[in-house]
Write a protein that binds this ligand. Structure first.
Ligand SMILES: Cc1cc2nc3c(=O)[nH]c(=O)nc-3n(C[C@H](O)[C@H](O)[C@H](O)COP(=O)(O)OP(=O)(O)OC[C@H]3O[C@@H](n4cnc5c(N)ncnc54)[C@H](O)[C@@H]3O)c2cc1C
Length: 471
């Protein structure tokens, strides 16, 4: 039987894979998406347990309003995503354990500035300086601003100098350790400690939440459902349980081989998977040797150990997400940071999260060692809750545990956000040495809904530029 032949094949059905599939379909291409997991977009879809739906890889995001960049990207793709603002007065609660205070993160620059000054009046100058630096950076990132001004195509490919770390900026603006811990806590939510995170990455992931913070009605699953509706209408074929194990170049085509032995051909192949996994399946000529070594050496983000639960029947917990910051959280790079997340889609469901080492050798262990490790870390998290918010232990019914090994099973990497975007490492680009073989996803621009989508829009611009040159 002749092999199936597609104009474009997308490997992986996360946010970037789905976005790329729609962008190539818009170019009139016949597109297929291949996902190794049993269902589409495993990271965003969440799962059902104990009679409730639990969120996995999406809780909230900045700039999803209809006149903001996220809303405009949705519109460009023909998606109608039901978004709703989080509480402006406080979407996250940071417990400052040294001074025994609770800082509720508001959004909106003025409100945020006022609250910071109220808590740290002696750091007023630093607060103004820090916010100016964040907003200055944000205004320079073309992909976050193309709704505000026109850019020449080339400007989208000039990456900002991101050698300065978040720690350097915070140390430069502030003396007080507590405010440094507070303003760097969100580094846990993009997986790079402040001493390694570039300030630009911090602005792309956290700075966008200074302006507005949105939830999606129905959570990540509602977003995936809407993507799937538009993908179906665009004639895109989606295949699950299809793990790509090899990409080969045959004349001007790419041949993909799957773990079940089947094969397809395509003209264009877009990989949205972890770059180190991509190296394992890509043809040897994809990158120069020095780039292969560079990608192999990229550090991984920390993993997450997550206790999932639901609020017990009859109990009402009126709170936001909770982060607990000790005096030396910043100095210790938020090592083993600990966070309790109440889902925005269903506040009766909870994730108690602890950042843990994601090294493969720590999780690719025997079943009995793994069970033991799960017990130990679960207990560590419960002990933390007991110390910080003992009442929660009686209010929550724990339903399950996810570890970096669970993450590996569902998305094929251990670290919570894949590779680390460290200030001293160069950005990975979507183009490879093989014509028509591309890389998108959180490893190229930044993690998160916005970063993953932008990576696909960046590739779209690159392809359009090449098409115009060849026309
Ligand atoms: C616990 C957690 C909470 C988060 N919360 C938020 C949040 O609130 N807001 C936010 O904006 N971001 C959040 N994120 C980050 C966000 O989920 C990710 O940055 C984003 O989903 C990454 O999308 P992606 O398309 O780059 O990668 P992925 O979603 O990882 O997509 C890659 C896909 O490729 C598939 N794949 C891998 N190998 C193969 C293969 N060989 N063959 C076929 N398929 C393959 C994988 O199964 C996967 O589905 C969170 C992440 C985690 C882990």
């Amino acid at each position: 039987m002749a092999m199936q032949n597609y104009d474009a094949a997308v490997i992986g059905s996360g946010i970037s894979g789905m976005t790329s599939s729609l962008l190539f379909a818009k170019k009139g291409k016949r597109v297929a998406v291949f996902e190794q997991a049993p269902h589409i977009a495993p990271l965003f879809s969440g799962f059902d347990r104990g009679g409730v739906h639990i969120e996995s890889g999406f809780h909230y995001s900045g700039v999803l309003g209809k006149d903001e960049i996220g809303g405009l990207l949705f519109k460009e793709l023909g998606l109608n995503i039901p978004v709703e603002l989080c509480s402006q007065d406080g979407y996250d609660d940071a417990y400052l354990l040294k001074s025994g205070r609770l800082f509720k993160f508001p959004f909106g620059r003025n409100l945020f500035e006022q609250r910071l000054i109220e808590f740290f009046p002696y750091e007023k100058e630093g607060i103004k300086k820090y916010l100016n630096l964040v907003y200055d950076q944000l205004s320079k990132i073309p992909f976050l601003n193309f709704h505000k001004r026109k850019y020449k195509n080339e400007e989208f490919f000039c990456f900002l100098d991101d050698k300065i770390t978040l720690s350097e900026v915070l140390n430069n603006c502030f003396n007080d350790e507590e405010i440094k811990s507070l303003l760097s806590f969100s580094s846990v939510l993009y997986g790079v400690p402040p001493s390694k995170a570039s300030f630009v990455l911090h602005c792309c992931c956290s700075g966008i939440m200074f302006e507005t913070v949105w939830k999606i009605k129905g959570g990540g699953a509602a977003l995936v459902k809407e993507f799937k509706r538009v993908m179906d209408n665009s004639g895109i074929s989606v295949f699950c349980n299809k793990k790509v194990i090899k990409i080969e170049v045959e004349k001007d085509k790419k041949k993909l081989t799957f773990s079940d032995g089947s094969q397809i051909l395509c003209d264009i192949c877009i990989s949205s998977i972890h770059p180190k996994e991509f190296l394992k399946i890509a043809p040897p000529e994809t990158y120069r040797e020095k780039n292969v070594r560079r990608i192999q050496a990229l550090p991984e983000t920390d993993g997450f150990f997550i206790l999932y639960g639901k609020v017990k029947d009859g109990v009402r917990i009126d709170t936001n997400n909770m982060g607990f910051l000790t005096e030396d959280s910043f100095k210790k790079d938020h090592k083993n940071a600990y966070y309790v997340n109440f889902s925005n889609a269903n506040p009766q469901t909870v994730c108690a999260v602890m950042a843990v080492d994601s090294a493969e050798k720590l999780w690719n262990i025997s079943q009995s060692e793994y069970e033991q490790k799960k017990k130990e870390i679960s207990q560590q998290i419960k002990d933390e809750i007991k110390k910080r918010k003992p009442e929660l232990l009686d209010q929550i019914e724990f339903l399950g545990i996810a570890t970096p090994r669970t993450q590996k099973r569902f998305v094929n990497y251990y670290g919570s956000y894949g590779i680390m975007h460290a200030a001293d490492g160069a950005n990975l680009l979507p183009i490879t040495k093989v014509g028509g073989l591309f890389l998108v996803g959180q490893a190229t621009i930044s993690p998160g809904l916005i970063g993953a989508m932008i990576s696909s829009f960046l590739l779209d611009k690159i392809v359009s530029r090449a098409e115009n040159k060849n026309a």
